[in-house]
Write a protein that binds this ligand. Sequence first.
Ligand SMILES: [Zn+2]
Length: 212
Amino acid sequence: MSDSKFLSSPEYNEGFDFPEGLDNKTTGELAKSYKEIIIKLGENPEREGLADTPIRIAKSMQYLTHGYRIKPENILETAKFKEDYRQMVLVKDIELYSMCEHHMIPFFGKAHVAYIPDGYITGLSKIVRVVEAFSRRLQVQERLTVQIRDCIQNTLNPMGVAVVIEARHLCMIMRGVRNQNSKVTTSAFTGAFLNHPKTREEFMNLIGAKIS
Ligand SMILES: [Zn+2]
């Protein structure tokens, strides 16, 4: 199949149906680079199983990093509603898939996000989209945790934000130091979650996480 035909072929866009779309020029350039990488790794990029691999990786890598093309603050700014509710809002067990920026190997797990509104709330699905927007980039778990927290704090200006991420890093599991069961937990708090141990404790109990 010619490159241009391949680029627009719907079957190879399967699973990559995301609003930001694929950029054909970028896809072509990435595919060229991935073909060279396959050669450098000692493989034959012309053999049947690998023939279309460079272009598949080119597309999937754009999907896995499509968070760069989203402004997470906009997700919340455009779905900010006046509301007098002043209790904790918790979105628990948000599925998270990201890529470690040191090895470009996935890490994945769950995010738990809570905030205490101070005049404004947002749609629950918007919190999930913020997590998605920051995780679909090259990341470290620590920064990802803080970015989600700051985005919510800066746009909704609530009385407090809590973010806990529990994830497994394939770069730890697959490479040298094999440690199949190790999970990394990171947390970031503002306001009431930072200043009131009782509030933080309530949150930690609700998500069932243990942090020393
Ligand atoms: Zn890594």
